[in-house]
Design a protein around this ligand. Structure first.
Ligand SMILES: Cc1cc2nc3c(=O)[nH]c(=O)nc-3n(C[C@H](O)[C@H](O)[C@H](O)COP(=O)(O)O)c2cc1C
Length: 252
């Protein structure tokens, strides 16, 4: 197997007993909240109330779903999925903590939604305003096909109700951990995506996690620069298409 930058990264970001590589500046802890003050906002409902599924049920039913029914999600479902993946769960000692763990509680991952079909939410690209549990509309329109093209032509991004897009703001975590931050960013995106996958399953919805994407094409759709902030991972979510014998095929 060919060795390259990934192998060097793994070696050069190791901690050992003589080298920890911390360089934090205690005065300027990065702000964990990105906000778009001029954006149109959509209020989301109280998110904790709608899920009746169990963790055990979600673990048994989660699978990658790549074919979606032409059925919108509700605003309540989106509200729950955002909260479950990376919403604020508790306040302690003056800090707000979220449903997924974060190295140093620095929360470097931002969430955007490419909305194809959600009742009461405009089609377009939104940003999740975590602190107020709201959506901020960045650009309106039918972006599903462009999102699919930016994800190597993967149709689930166009056929699903909504694509969750996770970026990292690198400096939030580099401030404390230097280059080792890159390990943590990817781990954190995985935590968040797994929360979303299990929460989707618990609501009877399907999702597929997508790592194959043209990074800067997705960044352009979001309006982020690809340097200070860049996309890491996607998930397409919607109602699974249930094939019946009427379609000539049984359930897969
Ligand atoms: C990091 C990562 C990247 C992935 N990227 C894609 C992708 O780009 N497209 C896709 O259809 N599935 C993608 N998947 C889903 C895997 O193909 C899927 O999880 C695997 O086949 C196991 O099936 P299951 O999820 O149904 O258990 C990805 C999964 C992970 C963890």
């Amino acid at each position: 197997v060919v060795k390259g930058i990934g192998d060097r990264f793994q070696q050069e970001t190791k901690y050992d007993r003589h080298m920890m590589g911390w360089s934090m500046d205690r005065i300027r802890r990065p702000d964990p909240y990105k906000e778009y003050p001029d954006a149109d906002r959509t209020d989301l409902s109280h998110p904790e109330d709608i899920c009746r599924g169990s963790l055990d049920g979600a673990l048994r039913t989660r699978r990658s779903v790549r074919r979606f029914a032409d059925q919108p999600l509700t605003r309540e479902q989106i509200s729950y999925l955002l909260w479950a993946s990376t919403g604020i769960q508790r306040k302690e000692g003056g800090y707000e903590f979220r449903t997924a763990p974060s190295a140093g509680a620095l929360y470097p991952i931002e969430t955007y939604l490419a909305v194809n079909s959600v009742e009461g939410v405009k089609q377009g690209v939104h940003h999740y305003r975590v602190r107020q549990h709201q959506l901020e509309l960045l650009v309106q329109g039918d972006w599903g096909k462009r999102m699919a093209l930016a994800a190597l032509g993967q149709r689930p991004c166009a056929d699903c109700a909504v694509v969750f897009v996770w970026t990292a703001i690198f400096d939030r975590t580099k401030w404390k951990y230097g280059q080792r931050a890159y390990r943590y960013l990817y781990l954190e995106a995985g935590h968040i995506a797994q929360n979303l996958a299990l929460a989707s399953a618990a609501l009877g919805l399907g999702s597929v996690q997508i790592g194959a994407l043209f990074d800067d094409e997705v960044n352009d759709l979001l309006g982020v620069d690809g340097e200070d902030e860049s996309v890491l991972y996607l998930s397409a979510v919607g109602h699974p298409l249930r094939l019946t014998s009427a379609h000539g095929r049984g359930l897969p």
